[in-house]
Structures are given as C-alpha cells and as structure tokens.
Ligand binder design. Structure first.
Ligand code: FAD
Length: 424
C-alpha cells in the first residue's frame, strides 16, 4: 500500500502548531510532522503576555481589525473574513478553553495562565495525530522537480526528510528567511517592533510607575539627512502612558514604536516626542483652568494646590519642568509662567535617545514579502507546495493580541489549503 502524503511543518511555535492541527483535522489521511529546532515547543506562547498569553483581541470586524497591523493590513483584509478573533474564541471554546476580555479589549484564558493555551495546542495536535520532533533544526530545503515528493528537507543532524507539502512557520528566525529566500521568496529587511522609549531625564525617570490613562503623543523621526525636514516622519498615537526607570512606555508608546519600527531603526532610535498630558482640553481651556486656580487659591503654593486630577508627584514634575519654583504662590504666578506651564501640559518636548524592552510582548517586522504569497492559500507564488504562516511573514501588529491573531489566521488558512490540495 502506498504511504500517505506527507506534510512537514518547520517550526513548533503558535503558527506551526495551529497550522499542523488544521491540516491534520481537515485531512486525517495525511502524515503531519512538526520539526522544532529547540528542545521546547511553543516557547513564546508560554512566556507571552507576561505569562498570561494575550491570545487575541475582541475586535470582530475585519476592516477595524486590520488597522492594528503596521505591516500586512491590506493582505490580511480578506484573510480575516475567513478566520478572525471570533473564530479563535470558538476554536478554543470547542476545546474547553474559555477566554475572557479585559477592559482594553485584550483576551486571555480565564485561568490567566499561558500553560492553558500551550496544553490545549499540544493536546489538539496529539489528538489529530500530529508528530512533533524537537531538537530538529532544518538547515536547508530543496525543491525536487518531481511531482511527489516535492521537497527534500535537510536537518542539522545530516538526515534528509522528504515531503509533499511544506509549511514554513519559523517565526523571525534568520534561518527561516534564508530557506524562504532559497525557494524564491523576497525577504523584507527586519527591524524590532514593540519597544519602549529611552528618555534619559532624571526628573522623569524618578517618577517610574506613574501612569496617565490617556495622553496624546506626536513622534518626529528624522530622515537619513537630519537637516532635510521633508524626510521627517511624523506619527501620532494616543492611549495610556507609563513612566518607567528608562523613560516612557505604555500602549501609546508601544503603538508608536510599531508604526515607526523601520524609520526608528534608521534613525538609530533618536527622535523628538511631544506629549499632550491632558488631551481632552485645548491649550486655552488649560490656561482658563490655571487662571481659575489662581483665583481659587491665590495664597497657596503652586505645589500644594493642583487644578487637575493627576498624581501629586506628576503635578510637581510639570511645575518643575515649566521652570517654576514650587513655593511660588498662585497669585505670584506671572502670565508668562502660566503660559509656560500650559505649554508643558499641552505639548511637553522630549528627546528619545534609544529603545528599551517591553517584556510582555515583542515582535520583528519584516520577513517574507507578502507580494510573493497567495493570501487565499498562504502558498508561495514562486514555489508551489510551499506555504507560510506566522511571524516569518512581513506581518506584525501592535500590542494587544494582534500578533497571535495573525499567526492563528495565516496558519489556519495555510492548513485548509494544504489539506485540500492533498485530498485523494
Ligand atoms: C516575550 C513575548 C511576549 C509576547 N506576547 C504576546 C502576546 O501576549 N500576544 C500576542 O499576540 N503576541 C505576543 N507575542 C508575539 C508572538 O509571540 C509572536 O507573534 C508569535 O509567537 C509568532 O508565532 P510563530 O509561530 O510565527 O513564531 P515563533 O513563536 O517564534 O515560533 C517559531 C518556531 O520555529 C522554530 N524554528 C526557527 N527556525 C527553525 C529551523 N530552522 N528549524 C526548526 N525550527 C525552527 C523556533 O525555534 C520557534 O519555536 C510575544 C512575543 C514575545 C517575544
């Protein structure tokens, strides 16, 4: 009896597992094997979301969802009409894993433990008959000019395996990019995404831990020639802002880092940042409120009477940054000083001097160019039989569960297409 068609999945991460399960469940006649270089599968899932795994985001409208992808949004539009966060929730629910939604839309397992997701994926893979080989690094792949098998997969051990279809789910690994390139794909240059901003200013970093619920940020990144104003990139974001021991973080900064990932790499992470601490008020409204404080508490020291509902330490910091002696009485505050303080609240200027690490989530932008991939099947246009899923592609999202969602979606699509193409 002829042996069943053979599928190899390179990479035992989120995309590799989800893809392998999709293939094996959709076509149980196939032999599906995951080859994982390290000793542990699903390592990133385990550490994701601060150990809680932010599985997806409660955004169920594809046109809204794609707005969270600095790279890949156009290509994902159609893909999300076929598999989107609602399907992810359903997939886990079918396997007894309930997800919950936090106030900002992020979705986690109700256990708040990434092990729940790791276990579910491993169990589903095992139930579907997927074989998993750890400690099995792939060093090269050759396309064979015969009808079947189509690929020879070279392992670091020296062994060569063959298969009829290949799913490349190697994440941001340069080895995965080299394999894709050798099979005809174009590789977009890589750059880190989702990082914090280093702003070495003592008075700011002394406030580490202080946050505001909504700030409006404007980032100006110089072009290759800093004197060339036209080459500047200007980016805007708003959202929660967190002061850290190194500078600034929080969703607003992380989103800026994602949208600016490429230009910030070119500028060596040097940029100008303007922070509007009170975006729900215009400059004039802020001035009016400060004038009101002058009338309400003329004899009080500025540091002792705060007209805004922000932490006292933050208020003192703003007063200091505006160059005002905190012991000044409100009545003594000059018009010019009041204007300066209003400006400080409305558009405080900072110099970003480098990038820091956001431990809960980070990704790499760049990878397999989407132009060389058919997004209905995730198959390479240059190499029939080769499919891609997950971070190996030039797709990345902002923080909030969007990166896993693109891994689930692309691997599910690849899985359906591979299973379908090998139907007897
Ligand atoms: C600390 C951290 C926290 C994160 N938290 C979140 C989160 O909460 N929510 C979210 O949406 N996203 C999160 N992300 C991003 C998310 O983890 C990735 O987008 C996702 O893991 C990508 O899945 P993947 O399967 O494509 O790649 P990976 O998870 O990187 O898996 C690729 C696998 O391929 C293997 N491999 C590579 N090359 C070879 C080779 N030549 N041979 C064999 N095997 C190979 C690797 O060892 C790896 O196991 C986080 C990332 C990090 C780093």
């Amino acid at each position: 009896m002829a042996s069943p068609p053979n599928v190899i999945v390179i990479g035992g991460g989120a995309a590799g597992f989800f893809g392998a399960i999709a293939i094996a469940e959709a076509n149980p006649n196939l032999r599906v094997t995951i080859l994982e270089a390290s000793q542990q599968v699903l390592a990133k899932v385990r550490i994701s979301g601060g150990g809680r795994c932010n599985v997806t985001h409660s955004c169920f409208d594809p046109s809204e969802l794609i707005q969270n992808y600095p790279r890949g949004s156009k290509a994902l539009r159609g893909a999300f009409t076929r598999f989107q966060p609602g399907d992810t929730v359903g997939w886990f629910d079918d396997r007894g894993i309930a997800l919950k939604t936090e106030a900002d839309g992020r979705m986690f397992p109700t256990t708040d433990d990434s092990a729940t997701i790791v276990d579910a994926l491993q169990l589903a893979a095992s139930d579907a008959g997927v074989r998993v080989k750890t400690g099995t690094a792939v060093t090269a792949v050759k396309r064979v000019e015969a009808d079947t098998p189509k690929f020879e997969v070279q392992l670091r051990s020296g062994e060569v395996m063959s298969c009829d279809r290949l799913l490349l789910a190697t994440g941001s690994s340069p080895q995965g990019h080299r394999i894709a390139k050798s099979l005809g794909s174009k590789i977009e240059p890589t750059a880190p995404s989702l990082f914090t901003f280093n702003i070495p200013e003592n008075k700011l970093t002394q406030l580490a831990g202080v946050s505001v619920p909504v700030a409006q940020l404007k980032l100006t990144v110089p072009g290759p020639d800093p004197s060339e104003k036209k080459a500047q990139t200007k980016l805007h974001q708003s959202g929660p802002l967190l002061i850290t021991h190194w500078g600034l973080s929080g969703p607003a900064v992380l989103k800026l880092s994602a949208w600016g990932a490429r230009v910030l790499k070119t500028s060596r992470y040097k940029a100008k940042l303007s922070v509007n601490w009170i975006p729900n008020q215009s400059l004039e409204q802020i001035q009016t409120q400060l004038n009101q404080a002058k009338q309400d508490a003329p004899r009080k020291q500025i540091s002792n009477h705060r007209p805004f509902l922000f932490p006292q330490r933050l208020w003192e910091y703003w007063v200091h940054r505006a160059g005002i002696n905190p012991e000044t009485r409100w009545t003594e505050l000059s018009k010019k000083a009041l204007m300066g303080l209003s400006q400080e609240l409305h558009q405080a200027a900072y110099e970003v001097q480098g990038k820091g690490v956001f431990k809960d989530e980070f990704v790499t932008c760049g990878g397999v160019s989407l132009k060389t991939v058919n997004f209905k099947t995730m198959e390479s246009k240059a190499c029939p039989g080769l499919h891609f899923a997950g971070e190996v592609l030039d797709i990345d999202g902002v923080t909030g569960g969007f990166n896993f969602q693109s891994a689930w979606t692309t691997s599910w699509l690849a899985g359906q297409a591979i299973a379908e193409s090998l139907q007897p």
